[in-house]
Every structure is written in structure tokens, then in C-alpha cells.
Write a protein that binds this ligand. Structure first.
Ligand SMILES: Cc1cc2nc3c(=O)[nH]c(=O)nc-3n(C[C@H](O)[C@H](O)[C@H](O)COP(=O)(O)OP(=O)(O)OC[C@H]3O[C@@H](n4cnc5c(N)ncnc54)[C@H](O)[C@@H]3O)c2cc1C
Length: 476
């Protein structure tokens, strides 16, 4: 369970039970979908559908930092995309933080927003040059940035970053939007265009809509756009533990894998959240080992740990999000490169401006059709990673698992069986319905995880995260 899961409130929206016709449909109720609905709340006949519960996707597993100091993104973009785009990206992140502060202030939202210092740390000597480059870029952009040290490592520091509780933020938006047409437990499984409308199906129900906004993190039906080859999935491991003092900072390293830290204070309870061991899902899938390493990196006494979870995000080939129009009246916001707290708000504003026919200075930066060397280079790397993830998934390292996990075949179908502490067998089909990769058992969170495109299934095979649309539960 993530630290934020305890804040998922009991308020729930109904499940859709009949066909409906709307003007605009938003698919996905994470921070992207809900803030888009917030900006479009005065539009006629707008509806949001969420396959599970609002906020229960990637958003509940984030670290919740709001900062412009995002690793070495600016020197990376300047080198691999262009200096102009890098400058624009910085401007966009400043704008995004202001937008979220504006919403919080206007709506008087209590989401424990706190101003903190933010550090960018070079953990290797060889990374110190990267700090110099990032500092030089930020200085030229008039950002107040200082040289400092962090645990004896060279670092950069800015004073005005923020952290917040993303679930408290979403809970307040839910209250504000409670009279809007929102359906939970309603999963869209297909979209077809007919007579100028999109027909979005959810089992045997149809939502007919003029406009559709896809805010479901990993899009489940965009294979024709070669989406899997335009990004890879990065997985990270997080622990939260109780501490005595809120040291009011967040930190991140220049190199990946590195670490990320923040504090969270809710009344008397103070927690530190540490993230480490990030990797592309095509590599290093041993979850239990990775969690152990995180505990070691942050030197956390086992008894102090209050939450332990993993999370994935989409890393695009050129490190810029995908926000904009896919085709007539169809929009998407995704691909945030682990900076979705800022980029979702920005995406929501851009999409709502596009729908209202207003200009937005950042819409061209995140356009889906863009061409640059970084994108082209990573296209080949990602194609190889996809093939590697698929192939590796077919040969799981059996010695990673204890004897309570068995792989077999029944009636020609690949099956995996996990026997729990009470000797109960949990049997699943060992193939992701999305693109047929085999699954990795995550012993700590007790989930079946797809190493290719990040679908997740619970211990008995119920799909808890797309792009898979179906369960893998074994039916005798
Ligand atoms: C380890 C980690 C740490 C991070 N920390 C930070 C941070 O400190 N700061 C920051 O800015 N960003 C951070 N991020 C990134 C950020 O958490 C994500 O980018 C962001 O939460 C994504 O939000 P979302 O709304 O797009 O996706 P989600 O929250 O996943 O929302 C999508 C919703 O769509 C629903 N859905 C899916 N398929 C369907 C369907 N077919 N029909 C209907 N509904 C559907 C899902 O159930 C889900 O609720 C982090 C990411 C990771 C991996």
C-alpha cells in the first residue's frame, strides 16, 4: 500500500448502467482526468468515466513533489531536442506550479501544500559536470539556484519548490465536481468512430460522444499509432517511514538510478518518503530484492516502515510529454516522464484551452507529431527494449521466486500458481491480454506485473491497471 492510499476517501460515484450520449467524454479519473474536468466544468454535457475509483491509479503511488528541478532535464533537452524547447519546458513547469497553486488557493483546498527547498544531488564524481551544465542553464533563465552539498555530495539548491498530498487534492476536486456526470467502475474497452461521433464501449454499454479525452495513463487502444515504440516504462520502489522532524526539503539525483526523497507531515505524523532502484521494466524485475535495497540505501529500521509500494510511469523518447490532439475531436494527455504532478495540470489546461478554442503557449511543445533526433534514436532503443521485455518475460528466472510459485501448462495454456501462507493456491493465466507478454510475480505487493507495458493484476488475476482490458483469472 502506498502512503497516500489511506487518503482515498469513501465518497464514490455510481457505475454507468445505461447507454448515454454526451458532448465530451474524459476517460480516466487520475490527476490528469479530474483536473481536465475541473477546467471544463462549465462545458455542457461533459462526462468522466473511471475504470476503478478516482485517484486509485498511478496518482496514488506518486511522491507528490512539485518542482522545476527535475534531474538534468533542461541540459538533456537542450542537447537532444533544442535549446528553445528546453527553455519552453522550464517556462511550462513554472506555469504548471502556478496553476496548481491557483486552484488550491481559489478553491481553498487543504492538501498540505508546503514550500520546501529542492536539491539536485550528484552522487558520483562523474556527475558533477552535469550539475554545472544544469546550473548554467537555470542561471541564464534567472532561476535563483545555489551551489551546496547534500550528504557530502555536490548539489544544487532552489528554495521555492513544493510538496503536497495528491489524494487530498483529488478528494477536494471530487467535492467541487460532485454534481458533474462522473462514473466509477466503468472501464472503456473500445472506441470507434461512426457518423461523426465516437462510440466508446464499456462491456455492452455505449457512450456516444462528440469529443473524447484520453487521460488513462497508458492508452489501451493506440497500437496503430505505435505508442509502445514511442516510450518505455520506468519502475521505481518506494518506502515511507516515520521520522521525528520535518526537514522541509525534497531531493533528487542527477543520475538514474539514483534516489528521491521528500517529507510529508499530516498533523503530528511526520513521514519521510524514499524512492530508489528505478529501472526500465525490461530489466531487473526482482521486486523483493529491490525493496530490500531501498531499505538499505536509506538505512531504515524495519519497524519504522509504514508503507511500501512500487510505481511506474511512461518515459517518452525525447522526455517531453504527449499532450494534444490525436485526430478530430480526440485528445490525449500522458507520457509525463515521472513529472506528472506538474505536467497533468499543464496538460489539463492545454486540452481545455484547445476544446474552448483558446490559444495556449505550450500546446506546440507537447504536440504528438514532433520529430527530433532524441526521438528517433530512442525509437530504436525502445523497439529493442520491447523485444527484450517480451523475450525475457517468457523465461522468468525461477530462482528469484520461492518454491511457492509454479509455472505450468493446463490444456495448452500457460498457467502460474502462487501458494500463499495459508496454503491457498492462486491460479492465473500467465499471459498479459494486452500484447501477450508473460508476467512477473511481485512478491511484496502480491501482484502480477507485466514487464512490457505495465499492466498489473491482483493475486487472483483481476486487472488493476491497464493497458490490459481483461483479467487473467484462471477459470476451471
Ligand atoms: C515512482 C514515481 C514517483 C513520482 N513522483 C512524482 C513527483 O514527485 N512529482 C511529479 O510531478 N510526478 C511524479 N510522478 C509522476 C506522476 O505520479 C504520474 O505521472 C501521474 O500521477 C499520472 O497521472 P494520470 O492521471 O495521468 O494517471 P493515473 O493516476 O493512472 O490515472 C489514470 C486513470 O485512468 C483509469 N483508467 C485506465 N484505463 C481506463 C479505461 N480503459 N477506462 C476508464 N478508466 C481507465 C485508471 O484506473 C486511472 O485511475 C511519479 C511517478 C512515479 C512512477
Amino acid at each position: 500500500m502506498s502512503l497516500w492510499e489511506q487518503y482515498l476517501d469513501d465518497y464514490s460515484f455510481p457505475k454507468l448502467k445505461q447507454n448515454i450520449q454526451v458532448d465530451t467524454l474524459i476517460i480516466g479519473g487520475g490527476i490528469s482526468g479530474l483536473t481536465t474536468l475541473y477546467y471544463l466544468k462549465n462545458e455542457n454535457n461533459i462526462c468522466l468515466v473511471e475504470s476503478a475509483k478516482i485517484g486509485s491509479g498511478i496518482t496514488k503511488n506518486t511522491t507528490g513533489k512539485l518542482t522545476i528541478l527535475q534531474g538534468i532535464i533542461y541540459s538533456d533537452l537542450a542537447k537532444n531536442v533544442s535549446l528553445t524547447k528546453s527553455k519552453q519546458y522550464l517556462k511550462s513547469q513554472i506555469k504548471a506550479i502556478n496553476l496548481i497553486k491557483e486552484i488550491i488557493k481559489k478553491e481553498k483546498i487543504n492538501c498540505d501544500l508546503e514550500k520546501v527547498a529542492s536539491y539536485l544531488v550528484a552522487i558520483k564524481k562523474s556527475d558533477e559536470k552535469k550539475l554545472v551544465q544544469e546550473k548554467s542553464f537555470l542561471k541564464k533563465a534567472h532561476i535563483n539556484i545555489k551551489d551546496t552539498t547534500f550528504n557530502n555530495n555536490k548539489a544544487l539548491k532552489i528554495s521555492d519548490s513544493y510538496v503536497f498530498n495528491p489524494l487530498k487534492f483529488l478528494n477536494s476536486l471530487k467535492q467541487i465536481l460532485q454534481n458533474k456526470m462522473i462514473y466509477e467502475q466503468t472501464k472503456i474497452d473500445n472506441i470507434i468512430k461512426k457518423d461523426g461521433y465516437y462510440l466508446c464501449t464499456s462491456k455492452d454499454l455505449i457512450i456516444k460522444t462528440k469529443k473524447v479525452i484520453i487521460a488513462c495513463h497508458y492508452p489501451f487502444f493506440l497500437f496503430p499509432l505505435l505508442f509502445p515504440l514511442k516510450n518505455h516504462i520506468e519502475k521505481s520502489y518506494l518506502l515511507a517511514w516515520k521520522v521525528n522532524k520535518n526537514e522541509k526539503y525534497s531531493a533528487i539525483t542527477t543520475s538514474n538510478p539514483g534516489f528521491s526523497i521528500r517529507f510529508y507531515q499530516d498533523g503530528q505524523n511526520i513521514y519521510k518518503i524514499g524512492l530508489a532502484r528505478s529501472h526500465a521494466t525490461a530489466f531487473k524485475e526482482n521486486d523483493a530484492y529491490n525493496f530490500k535495497m531501498v531499505q538499505k540505501i536509506f538505512n531504515i529500521p524495519a519497524n519504522d516502515i509504514v508503507a511500501c509500494w512500487s510505481n511506474v510511469d511512461i518515459i517518452t523518447n525525447d522526455k517531453l510529454p504527449f499532450i494534444g490532439k490525436i485526430k478530430d475531436n480526440m485528445y490525449i494527455l500522458t507520457g509525463y516522464n515521472t513529472w506528472g504532478m506538474t505536467n497533468s495540470i499543464l496538460g489539463a489546461k492545454i486540452i481545455s484551452d484547445l476544446i474552448k478554442g483558446k490559444d495556449n503557449e505550450f500546446s506546440s511543445l507537447f504536440m504528438l507529431k514532433r520529430y527530433n533526433i532524441a526521438k528517433l534514436k530512442s525509437f530504436f532503443v525502445n523497439s529493442l527494449e520491447n523485444i527484450l521485455a517480451f523475450t525475457k518475460s517468457k523465461f522468468p528466472y525461477k530462482n528469484w521466486y520461492q518454491s511457492n510459485l509454479k509455472f505450468t501448462k493446463i490444456n495448452g495454456k500457460k498457467i502460474a500458481i502462487y501458494t500463499d501462507e495459508k496454503e491457498i493456491e492462486h491460479i492465473v493465466y500467465n499471459e498479459c491480454p494486452h500484447l501477450k507478454c508473460s508476467l512477473i510475480f511481485n512478491e511484496i505487493e502480491k501482484t502480477w506485473d507485466c514487464p512490457c507495458h505495465s499492466s498489473r493484476f491482483n493475486i487472483d488475476g483481476k486487472c488493476i491497471k491497464g493497458p490490459s482490458l481483461s483479467d487473467i483469472s484462471y477459470k476451471k
